[in-house]
Design a protein around this ligand. Sequence first.
Ligand code: PBG
Length: 326
Amino acid sequence: MNFDRHRRLRSSAFMRDMVRETKITKEDLIYPIFVVEKDDVREEVPSMKGVFQISLNLLEEELDAVKKAGIKSVIFFGIPKEKDAEGHGAYDDNGVVQEACRISKRLHPEILVILDTCLCEYTDHGHCGLIDPNTQDVDNDSTLPLLVRTAVSQARAGADIIAPSNMMDGFVSEIRKGLDDNGFSHIPIMSYGIKYASKFYGPFRDAADSTPSFGDRRTYQMDPANRLEAHRELSSDLEEGCDMMIVKPALSYLDIIRDVRERSDVPVVAYNVSGEYAMTRTAVDMGLLDEAVIMEQMISMKRAGADMIITYFAKDICRMLDEGME
Ligand code: PBG
């Protein structure tokens, strides 16, 4: 039989392993955790099987499980006791994610903590910033100082990385300056600078209770039809000093991940969002697809150019890796 070069390199498991171009490791994974500012809650999010809202007083158990699975980094999202028009809970030094971060650092200091800097989980209207009463739209410039306060209080709580996800113009440079002025110049900014106005965030908004009560986010998030717009967002975030770039969502935007990889030299983070999780989870749980598709999706994000993946599947992936799946 005639073997060409491709066949020769696939001829044994050892050979296939040796020439494999993309691998998933536990270090690639960032696990999102939803923390609630109420006692004794551990409630599954209906649209995200396997994902829970967890009280601060029950967080220890969850962090132990994360540690045991081998996950190295987490990102906390908060559901505050009270929401108001200005999103005070976001920049409260004793706010829910600030407390979650302190607990995590006390129990497992080696787990890297990323905090999401946004107001939408803390505002009663569910938007990512202050509302201008005249336009009923988010007011960019008056929102910026609140985001800076949020980021600084998160750094003060011990966050290793600040991840601003609000998409206000100038948010990276303002937050950078705020962190520097407060003695946190060593804290990197992982910018959600390429964030599409996507329906794939639906389940997250259930989980974080952050669906806008009016309007939508299309004035500050990007149009899914646009690719060059992502290049412009990337350039401005790099200029403003972001250290890592998130592309969100991931699976319907692999071309954008590839673009960011090729157009910048910062680490690229794929956010495998809630709707992507819900789709795959449901299909796997119903027996329509083999669980291995989860790994295939992770591989596709890394192959597209991602260095890290924020994913609700992190625990499942760690188990699959332990079982020898690649
Ligand atoms: C905003 C934020 C959102 C997500 C992460 N950060 C929601 C939004 O923009 O509406 C969505 C993530 C997901 O869908 O998994 N704080």
